[in-house]
Design a protein around this ligand. Structure first.
Ligand SMILES: [Fe+2]
Length: 189
């Protein structure tokens, strides 16, 4: 890291996330930091952080804590690219750098007792996150959603901070009522 803005953000995020053990307190404290970070993104983001992939949305690593307690990525969404229905297994704070990121929520009706089947999900609301917007989520119950950009809208770029190295998460088959854990790739910076 060579950017004071990013160095300061990471140091504060580590300190606050260590001090605040309740994930809801944690995202409350970190959301304003993300708002500031978006405003200073030009000072630390480099061309590799805007890397896209024609086949799927791209995940570009910006920072990963040596103890795996925190990770920061840029996600680059070309028109028509979406995540599967997924959760996170972590708290997270997301800020939008460019374009409009669309999030479609799912609401879990069945209690989560750790099983990977018998999961009843219904579609929830939609939120459109424009440049400068910050959103967050906490686990237990985890936030389940799809995120992406419809084909008729231009590219979006977003910053995602998570409370762990985000290299796997659950994806859901809504119709079957099942989920499975999958590994997710990223581009190193
Ligand atoms: Fe997500």
């Amino acid at each position: 890291m060579t950017s004071p803005a990013l160095d300061t953000f990471v140091a504060q995020a580590i300190a606050r996330s260590r001090a605040l053990t309740d994930p809801a307190d944690c995202v409350l404290a970190l959301a304003p930091l993300m708002l500031d970070l978006i405003a200073q993104a030009g000072s630390f983001l480099e061309p590799q952080h805007y890397k896209s992939d024609p086949d799927h949305y791209a995940r570009n690593l910006v920072y990963s804590a040596p103890d795996d307690s925190l990770s920061l990525y840029t996600l680059v969404w070309l028109p028509g690219q979406w995540t599967p229905v997924h959760d996170h297994g972590s708290w997270g704070v997301v800020g939008v750098l460019e374009g409009v990121l669309e999030e479609r929520s799912y609401v879990r009706l069945s209690p989560d007792r750790g099983a990977d089947s018998g999961i009843e999900l219904v579609r929830g609301g939609v939120i459109l996150l424009g440049h400068g917007a910050v959103t967050s989520f906490v686990p237990n119950p985890d936030h389940i959603h799809i995120t992406g950009v419809p084909a008729e809208r231009p590219r979006a770029v977003s910053l995602h901070l998570y409370g762990r190295t985000m290299d796997d998460f659950h994806i859901y088959d809504v119709a079957a009522g099942t989920r499975k854990r999958v590994e997710v790739a990223h581009n190193e910076s």
